[in-house]
Design a protein around this ligand. Structure first.
Ligand code: NAG
Ligand code: NAG
Length: 220
């Protein structure tokens, strides 16, 4: 049977790797949202029928894009801090025991899961609504009077006398951003569960006699 401290170290290393992957997913999502919304100011989310038919509109529902950039940024920062905490705990085999430190760690976990979830919902619902609006217009034989006739799954082209493009937003990249945010929610939740498992394998000598049938004994 492996010792509790060994199990704890392995769990800590696995948590670190999962957090690193989550950080990569959140960072990818943030980068794609930023490039495809010009940092949140050129927005094509939640475009309605009336908006698509108005040729004088260029930037649509800007607050929704700013919200998705902000939430992906917060999630990425939380994950970067969690990854750094876990790296320190793996390298120096430190058990974070202070209650306040644990509360902060749990706060970062909840923050990254919550804000990645918000990012996923806003980006997928926003782009989904836009796509549905344009699909409705073209499938009923109409022509949108916006600058682009939005292409859902690729870059945009301006079809005037000459075909110009490609322009942002790239539909594939926006969908990828939403998928990355969702994958980040999944991975971060997994890392959060491992954090609780690490607490189970924490060696607490003063408590062990109360756990005669518990995990600590079983693993010796
Ligand atoms: C779908 O298109 C029709 C006209 O082409 C329009 O009257 C209607 O409001 C559109 N519906 C939505 C949900 O955009
Ligand atoms: C188009 O949008 C502009 C700017 O919001 C607005 O002033 C105008 O009334 C809109 N035109 C139509 C036909 O809805």
């Amino acid at each position: 049977m492996p010792r509790a401290s060994t199990v704890k170290q392995v769990l800590s290393l696995v948590t670190f790797v999962i957090l690193l992957l989550s950080l990569g997913a959140a960072g990818t999502s943030l980068g794609l949202i930023r490039t495809n919304t010009n940092d949140g100011v050129t927005c094509y989310f939640f475009i309605t029928y009336a908006q698509a038919m108005n040729s004088s509109l260029v930037d649509y529902n800007v607050p929704t894009c700013k919200l998705s950039v902000a939430s992906a940024t917060i999630a990425t920062i939380c994950l970067a801090l969690l990854t750094a905490i876990e790296l320190i705990s793996v390298l120096f085999q430190i058990n974070i025991k202070m209650l306040i430190a644990n509360i902060i760690q749990v706060g970062f976990f909840i923050g990254s899961i919550l804000f990645l979830f918000i990012t996923m919902v806003v980006v997928s619902a926003g782009w989904g609504k836009t796509c549905a609006t344009y699909k409705n217009i073209t499938s009923s034989g109409g022509t949108p009077r916006s600058f682009f006739n939005i292409e859902c799954t690729g870059p945009q082209f301006f079809r005037g006398e000459l075909l110009r493009g490609p322009y942002q937003p790239n539909g594939t990249e926006i969908i990828t951003a939403a998928v990355c945010a969702g994958f980040g929610v999944f991975l971060t939740s997994g890392a959060f569960s491992l954090l609780f498992m690490q607490q189970l394998f924490r060696v607490r000598p003063q408590n062990q006699r109360f756990q005669s049938d518990g995990h600590e004994i079983a693993l010796k």
